[in-house]
Design a protein around this ligand. Structure first.
Ligand code: SF4
Ligand code: SF4
Length: 119
């Protein structure tokens, strides 16, 4: 799958999350968080073909050769399993400190021409 060039709207604002920056929007983001390792929880119900197991034995969302979560729908520019997305994705609040950190890291790497690595 090619890397999404348009923003995803895969995440919701968590009104209870602390320190939300309301100026941050998934609709103006390269879905940075959909390149992060998503560890699955026992309660997650993800189709097996979308999952993988790490060398350490953790069940995670599988990623394509460019590092994007395989559940990213690049045509519709959204999470293809939004209603059943993993718990960790539900907790990743748009505009939260963690979201902003990831966006800042991504921007810096792009500006400096550092290849994105899977992590
Ligand atoms: S990194 Fe933040 S703004 Fe970007 S898609 Fe994820 S939650 Fe939305
Ligand atoms: S499951 Fe959906 S929200 Fe979670 S990383 Fe994959 S595409 Fe993004």
């Amino acid at each position: 799958m090619s890397r999404p060039t348009a923003p995803l709207a895969a995440h919701e604002v968590d009104p209870h999350a602390e320190d939300i920056d309301p100026s941050v929007s998934c609709s103006a983001c390269d879905a940075v968080c959909c390149r992060l390792t998503v560890v699955l929880m026992p309660e997650d119900r993800i189709p097996a073909h979308l999952t993988a197991r790490t060398e350490q034995g953790l069940e995670v969302m599988a990623r394509d050769e460019e590092g994007w979560c395989v559940a990213v729908d690049s045509k519709r520019m959204c999470c293809s399993i939004y209603e059943q997305r993993p718990a960790i994705c539900r907790k990743f609040a748009m505009g939260s400190p963690y979201c902003r950190d990831e966006r800042a890291n991504y921007r810096e790497r792009m500006l400096r021409g550092i290849p994105l690595t899977m992590y």
